[in-house]
Design a protein around this ligand. Structure first.
Ligand SMILES: Cc1ncc(COP(=O)(O)O)c(C=O)c1O
Length: 455
């Protein structure tokens, strides 16, 4: 009997100890996760733990370690960014310095596309349209939170071209009405406006800029000088793709609105690269691609339209009620892959895991690093501003006596370094866009190659 009592006491104590241990472990795990999520600035119930552990052993610990660092301090922590590199499936034999055109996706995003694709293929009319279709609204809300606006202002489309064409072709304009644009705007956007000019007899007014340019008043005046009583809309590229020049969108928008002129922003290179909320730009319309800086699947983009402007824009592809104030009327683009759309959500998780400010600072740091490495060479000419207000992670330079294609070809042939030759208006040079996975060793090689080629 005594033995039974002793035994039951021991077992009871052990059991108590074991359950306390389990409880403590649970609490520690929850706290760690909460701490992790808090430290990552994660909103709502997004569980990032699987994403963090997918990067590799030690990353979770590293995340906790760097939690107290400012984005600027973290920008130089190569160990952290080496972990981030592990999240990608990039070729080890190519140094990709053209991430501005289109970005590779982290493995978690690729896996999510594959997963949704498999689910869809179980019976697309049911699993893709009905089952996965239900997830589009939560995803829209998450994207809207990233953009700093309401989900009712966001249409999910395939790219910037499609998003901005909705406005270019849907904005009511009469013969003789004027639209102001810049010679450095993107060709697809320019061509769409030119087509409208040809078809509808609208008038395009072109403004020019020196490149680089470092004076807000000068830039705003260059736009306002083109405004007349017939101007209905101004087209602004937030980050000019040729050089990475940042324009003071809000100031131009305010000048336009004070004259009753509406504002459309091409944010292809700004979104998830620079930290901002779309409504803070004070624009009426905004389009971007998500396969660039958000690292979302290829063929993803968004259109933002200010609430009171939605009903006046004719959708590019007809909707049941084209005058509807519902932003979803712009999504009548027929059947497309919901797998690709829904995986935008995972790209947002990845973006939040790094942290928007941290990402921006790292991209800026990488740009400054290679610029500092080549700018003292007498033959190198920078085509960019070095002031943070007017430049970002995307840069451009030329070499005296060398054509951009020659530089690009030398880098590719000898070193397998991928860059983009640019010849547009007054810009002649090589565009360089490193990404979060770019290493300092890669940039050192790039710097050496440029110095060698410049002679
Ligand atoms: C400024 C700008 N606008 C629009 C686009 C078009 O983007 P997409 O091809 O994703 O439609 C680009 C592409 O590089 C761009 O740089």
């Amino acid at each position: 009997m005594r033995l039974c009592i002793v035994l039951s006491k021991v077992i009871g104590r052990r059991w108590e100890y074991a359950s306390r241990l389990i409880l403590m472990k649970k609490i520690m795990k929850t706290n760690r996760r909460q701490f992790l999520n808090r430290s990552l600035g994660v909103v709502g119930t997004v569980a990032l733990a699987p994403m963090v552990s997918a990067i590799g052993p030690g990353f979770e610990q590293k995340l906790l370690e760097v939690n107290s660092l400012s984005p600027n301090e973290l920008a130089t922590d190569e160990e952290f960014w080496q972990f981030i590199r592990q999240a990608f499936t990039i070729s080890p034999n190519l140094i990709n310095l053209n991430n501005g055109g289109v970005s590779p996706q982290p493995k978690v995003v690729q896996d999510k596309v594959t997963h949704y694709q498999s689910v869809s293929n179980e019976g697309p009319a049911h699993y893709m349209w009905a089952v996965l279709g239900e997830e589009r609204e939560p995803m829209r809300r998450k994207l809207a939170a990233t953009a700093g606006c309401s989900a009712d202002n966001i249409a999910i489309l395939r790219n910037t071209t499609e998003a901005l064409d909705q406005i270019i072709f849907g904005f009511p304009l009469e013969k003789g009405d004027e639209v102001v644009l810049c010679k450095y705007d993107y060709p697809n956007v320019i061509n769409a406006w030119k087509q409208r000019e040809m078809r509808d007899g609208i008038v395009l007014k072109w403004m020019d800029l020196p490149m680089p340019v470092e004076n807000d008043d000068f830039i705003v005046k260059a736009y306002t000088d083109q405004f007349t009583l017939r101007t209905k809309l101004v087209n602004i590229t937030q980050v000019i793709n040729w050089t990475g020049q940042i324009l003071p969108v809000k100031k131009i928008a305010q000048a336009a609105h004070s004259r009753n002129i509406e504002v459309m922003v091409d944010g292809a290179h700004a979104f998830a690269h620079l930290v901002f909320n779309i409504p803070d730009l004070d624009c009426d319309y905004f389009g971007t691609s998500l396969h660039k800086w958000l690292f979302a699947p290829f063929g993803t983009g968004l259109l933002y339209v200010k609430a009171d402007k939605i009903s006046k824009i004719w959708p590019l592809m007809a909707a049941p009620d084209p005058k509807s104030p519902d932003i979803r009327k712009f999504e009548n683009i027929g059947t497309r892959s919901f797998a690709v759309e829904l995986a935008i959500s995972t790209a947002i998780d990845f973006y939040n895991m790094i942290g928007p400010a941290r990402k921006e600072q790292r991209l800026r740091y990488l740009k400054n690093y290679w610029v500092d490495g080549i700018k003292s060479h007498p033959k190198v000419k920078l085509n960019i501003s070095q002031k943070p207000q007017y430049s970002c992670g995307l840069g451009n330079f030329g070499i005296e006596g060398k054509k951009p294609e020659e530089i690009q070809s030398y880098l590719m042939t000898k070193y397998k370094i991928l860059t983009t030759p640019i010849v547009w208006e007054k810009v002649s040079g090589i565009r360089v866009t490193p990404s979060v996975y770019t290493t300092i060793a890669e940039l050192d090689l790039f710097i050496r190659a440029i110095r060698e080629f410049a002679g």
